[in-house]
Write a protein of this length. Sequence first.
Length: 142
Amino acid sequence: MSGTGGPLSSEDVGYVIDGLVDDRQPVRLTEVAAELGVSPRTVQRAMAGDRDAFSRRHDESRLYVAAHGLVIKRASVREAGELAGFRTTSHFCAAFKARFGVSPGRFRAAAFDNEPSTSEIASRMTREGLELFEELLDDRGY
């Protein structure tokens, strides 16, 4: 499955997860397995060196979907959390802030400032949050 024709690797799985994230959809183990043409257990074994890798990638994809909803779809914080599959708004807000350094409400507000690149809110974002923020603004045509 790997680029060298060898066994499935965690990099192969990550590549598929990234592709599914690009489709703005939450990632599920069964979908990754189907995309790779293997069983879900094979995907789990490929990531066995890091037991939490799939879970982290899944959480990352959910937060990416939520950020996309906040900035591109202009979803409310509650709607973005639901869109990304979070059961509660409070869990979504805590996960978002832990990952990106600002609350989803502030992230969304910064996207709609007149000059979002100089926003004080953007200066509080984690590096990853700022990179995602800038990518989403590019998608919007800023």
